[in-house]
Design a protein around this ligand. Sequence first.
Ligand code: CA
Length: 221
Amino acid sequence: MRILLAEDEARIAADVTAALQAAGYLVETALDGEEAWFRGDTEDYDLVVLDLGLPRMDGLAVLKKWRATGRTMPVLVLTARGSWPERVEGIDAGADDYLPKPFRMEELLARVRAVIRRSTGHAGSVIEAGALALDPRQMRVTRNGIPVSLSPLEYRLLAYLMHHRGRVVPGPELLEHLYGGGEGHEVNALEAILARLRKKLGAAAVETRRGFGYSIAAEST
Ligand code: CA
């Protein structure tokens, strides 16, 4: 899962980035509103954490501009403490959730998980596909109830496929959500991670549909 963090306070940006990375997310940061808008306009993110008080273009304007041009990625806005009109305005402008500053990192992480879950059509906190269960709260994966130990990249790849179970995910999309944009990573890298995943989860756990992409097996394997 790939997250854009738009936050101009360096300290907060560093803390949130570290917490999100530790929770298994790929994080990219934008330090002002114009950069945030541009990245959100040109790249695909699973979630944007958007501070409303940003230099060069305020967060509300960024959000409105995205929504006006049909960008539908989930957005969690960070608002000033006690500023309820700002929160109302944020939600009306198309935010999916909000969090007043200062906040506890645990609450931010819980909201991030919930918004990503809802946006991909999952009601419960544990995502299941066949014999596999993924719990983003602990970055825990089990197969038939038995814990499986995964590397961060393996986990990130599996988490993306499981959130999008029932869909064939094209290779380039998977690469983008695994490594970010413009890194020149190849499908070969993907195949190497998939080979390791299949070794740990069973050969049929992830299906390769040549020319189309990858999907998680819905049946028990
Ligand atoms: Ca700010």
